[in-house]
Design a protein around this ligand. Sequence first.
Ligand SMILES: Nc1ncnc2c1ncn2[C@@H]1O[C@H](COP(=O)(O)OP(=O)(O)OP(=O)(O)O)[C@@H](O)[C@H]1O
Ligand SMILES: [Mg+2]
Length: 251
Amino acid sequence: MAVIAVYSAKGGVGKTTIAANLAWCSAHAAARRTLLWDLDPADGAGFMFALEPRRKRQARSLFAGDVTAHALIQPSSYAGLDLLPSDSSLRELDSMLLRMGQRHRIATLGKQLSRSYDRLILDCPPMLNELSAQVLRAATLVIVPLSPSPLSSRAFDFVVEEIRRHTKRPPPTLPVLSMIDRRRSLHLEALAANPTWPAIPMVSAVEMCAVHRRPLGTFAPRSPAALAFARLWDGIERKLAQIEAKTAVLA
Ligand SMILES: Nc1ncnc2c1ncn2[C@@H]1O[C@H](COP(=O)(O)OP(=O)(O)OP(=O)(O)O)[C@@H](O)[C@H]1O
Ligand SMILES: [Mg+2]
């Protein structure tokens, strides 16, 4: 199983939107058994897939081992795609992980899911803390959404540096220019400065995901943004294949 973390220390850069749409691409286009794990107490991923919030707030109990992941996992409306939703109990997750002193708790829980899923996608809160360090240690690949500005390369370098600081074997990273508006010169500059980085357009169709509470591919499959998510997913699959081949050679 590959663990794909959608991570940035910055808020509002499109992490949840990208994680939700990639999870759908993984299950639908790539036919991978996919789990979207929401680690943000804001519960954006559950909302995006129109899940009913559970009355019992148990998301944090999973980390203490008081409840199993399978007891908390909910199916989405789409074949091959399940969710491990968050709830407000995750607000105290960071301090709990620090208290527990198990630096690889998220990785361990992820491994337990590897029999049931091919792809585990992590929607992360915008934090630099023990939780984010654990996410980075667990990740096979880190997707870093960046706001399109001339500073995006610096923002990306900052995340890469953070990853190096917190991991012994830093996972590969894939920067993504999120919310590109080609009418804006600064956005065009960011694209020109980073021509190999995937880009997701800023369009109202993407915002509508949170209104319809469905991934874009289900209601506007031929839209440029849906095609951009599909291309991004293809790029991720290619990168995972490279990582797998490299790991096989080293093994
Ligand atoms: N490509 C896009 N085009 C237009 N709007 C977008 C796009 N991507 C995200 N948005 C909008 O931007 C807002 C923030 O997106 P999102 O919640 O995915 O960011 P986030 O990084 O997960 O935020 P947080 O750090 O608060 O978790 C949302 O209203 C979302 O609908
Ligand atoms: Mg989010």
